[in-house]
Design a protein. Structure first.
Length: 275
């Protein structure tokens, strides 16, 4: 889990580093392409399972939402500090609470409602409206919208795991993500230099490594113990932001991050106790 967080943080640092020269769509296109190459041996070994598709419309909508969320998240990481963008990405757990109530009919009890509201108070602390360092604007909005789309994607995955294999979900997600981002990547395409090509490829590989380590960590350890370790990446992001971009988060970022992370952990553990 720690390796997953570290790989993800480095990948997002590369997104920020390359963002001035290559659009988020281009970076996502490369990421999906590398992911498809990594999946190729598994697809060739089990093609029928890889391409099984029982609910095509839901799969298409989910992959479209995921592709858009990645582009928005990449923009957020490029335009905001790494620590702030990471903190906003954690709100995906908070968005899951109202979405699960609306779309899955899950009961919204008082404890989770108050925890969710406290978590979004942490968002306000980070954004700091009215202050000299306010983050109100499109970059922060993109980060929050990306988290919302990811939350909806998680709920749709929960629905599709009933009749789709993990390999099928990964294959279609990567393949459709490549197709959806191709037009946007083409419209803003710029031929990378040899050095940039290596960095773009590294970003894609790190994305695959991060997902693989996350899945492996959740498989080997207890989910209630492994899940919270994902939030350690805020420390990696802060360190990388300082070392690579001379970024030092405002005090409100630490307070807001603590609220978001604390409430997200509470919501996760409270839900498992109820289950």
């Amino acid at each position: 889990m720690l390796a997953s967080g570290f790989a993800y943080s480095i990948a997002m640092a590369l997104v920020k580093l390359l963002g001035d020269d290559y659009s988020s769509a281009t970076q996502n296109f490369v990421r999906q392409g590398v992911g498809l190459i990594a999946l190729a041996p598994f697809i060739l070994r089990r093609p029928r399972s890889a391409f099984m598709l029982r609910r095509p419309m839901l799969m298409i909508l989910r992959c479209a939402a995921t592709s858009l969320s990645i582009i928005l998240a990449f923009n957020s990481f490029h335009l905001l500090g790494l620590a702030e963008a990471n903190a906003l990405s954690f709100t995906r757990t908070l968005f899951l609470v109202p979405l699960a109530a609306l779309l899955l009919g899950e009961k919204l009890d008082r404890q989770r409602l108050f925890a969710t509201l406290a978590g979004f108070a942490g968002v306000l602390i980070i954004i700091a409206p009215g202050s000299a360092h306010s983050l109100i604007g499109w970059p922060a909005a993109q980060g929050l919208l990306a988290a919302l789309l990811v939350s909806w994607s998680v709920i749709s995955v929960k629905q599709m795991t009933r009749d789709h294999s993990d390999l099928s979900l990964l294959t279609w997600s990567t393949l459709l993500g490549l197709i959806f981002t191709a037009p946007l990547a083409w419209s803003s395409w710029r031929m990378p230099t040899a050095g940039d090509a290596l960095l773009l490829a590294a970003m894609g590989v790190l994305g695959v490594v991060s997902q693989a380590c996350y899945i492996r960590g959740m498989t080997l350890g207890e989910a209630s113990l492994m899940g919270p370790l994902d939030y350690v990446r805020i420390l990696f992001a802060t360190a990388l932001g300082y070392m690579l971009f001379s970024e030092w988060p405002q005090p409100g970022t630490y307070v807001g991050s603590a609220l978001i992370i604390g409430t997200a952990i509470y919501i996760t553990l409270h839900g498992r106790r109820r289950a």
